[in-house]
Design a protein around this ligand. Structure first.
Ligand code: DGP
Length: 113
């Protein structure tokens, strides 16, 4: 199976503005930001989408959320932020490598489109 674009970022084959990396995940600025802060938090383990995660991924999924919260604090998103996971065609997923969008820095509206 060909590498996903996010795997290429993890492997340093293509550049990204990385804001965090640890044993289990990497986080970098989205190339098409939808808000002043738009960071993607990506597990190093290839899980295609949350709908295909298993109980074996429980710790990884929790780690992604805790990391996103830590990054939000580091980026001073004190007024609030939003975490989004798109899943499958109707969810708007375009990269088949699980990622949490961290959006902030402006008033976000709800419901999303
Ligand atoms: P989604 O639609 O939920 O699968 O989100 C994929 C996001 O990935 C989208 O907001 C744009 C971003 N993206 C796609 N290719 C690249 C890339 O090469 N670098 C970076 N930093 N972000 C990318």
């Amino acid at each position: 199976m060909p590498k996903t674009i996010f795997q290429k970022i993890i492997d340093r084959e293509i550049p990204a503005k990385i804001v965090h990396e640890d044993e289990h995940c990497i986080a970098f600025h989205d190339v098409q930001p939808e808000a002043p802060v738009h960071v993607l938090v990506v597990p190093k383990k290839l899980i295609a989408r949350v709908g295909e995660a298993t109980t074996q991924d429980e710790a990884t999924l929790g780690h992604l959320l805790l990391t996103a919260g830590n990054i939000a604090r580091e980026l001073n998103l004190d007024a609030g932020f939003r975490l989004v996971i798109n899943n499958g065609p109707h969810g708007g997923e375009s990269v088949p490598h699980l990622h949490v969008h961290l959006l902030g820095g402006r008033q976000l509206t709800w419901p999303s489109g």
